[in-house]
Design a protein around this ligand. Sequence first.
Ligand SMILES: Cc1cc2nc3c(=O)[nH]c(=O)nc-3n(C[C@H](O)[C@H](O)[C@H](O)COP(=O)(O)O)c2cc1C
Length: 158
Amino acid sequence: MNIMVAYYSWQGHTRQVAEMLAEKLDAQLVVIEAVKESSVPVEALKAFFGMKSDIKSCKTDLKEVDHLLLATPVWARHSPAYLNKYISLLSNTSGKSYSVMAEMRSKGADITIEQIQKKMAKKQMKLLITGITLEKEVNSGEFEKTVSKMVEYLKENI
Ligand SMILES: Cc1cc2nc3c(=O)[nH]c(=O)nc-3n(C[C@H](O)[C@H](O)[C@H](O)COP(=O)(O)O)c2cc1C
């Protein structure tokens, strides 16, 4: 099974989660990079209104991929404009499965995941599992248990 972990991270927390997921799943890791980030309030507004912002070129074709795992920070209870852009660029998605790992400080992951689900449904992709990590768990290293739970499930169900 070919698994791809694609993540966006501004301050490094989601990167740590995504890197551990990719390592444990023996998956390909794709970094979603902003062409240029704006200020925190502007980024929050763009996320809240479901906007898209330009990203650097990266793998968006799922032709050779069986499962896509998206890892994203929660911004203003929504996904960052860069993740939204990445989703819009995905191709060869129909009938494939995906998972979401949302990283946040305290609240909003559920709404964020719901919004991502709506976007992914338009790509005819099926949600397998979701997970949530907290910034403080990433800082303390405790997030490994959340990662391991998702990895175990994916290894049994993909
Ligand atoms: C623009 C912006 C908006 C944010 N909004 C939320 C939020 O609604 N809820 C929350 O729990 N954390 C929020 N956060 C905190 C991030 O989700 C948290 O710091 C996360 O660890 C960042 O991931 P990163 O280090 O991979 O960028 C926000 C951070 C930024 C920069």
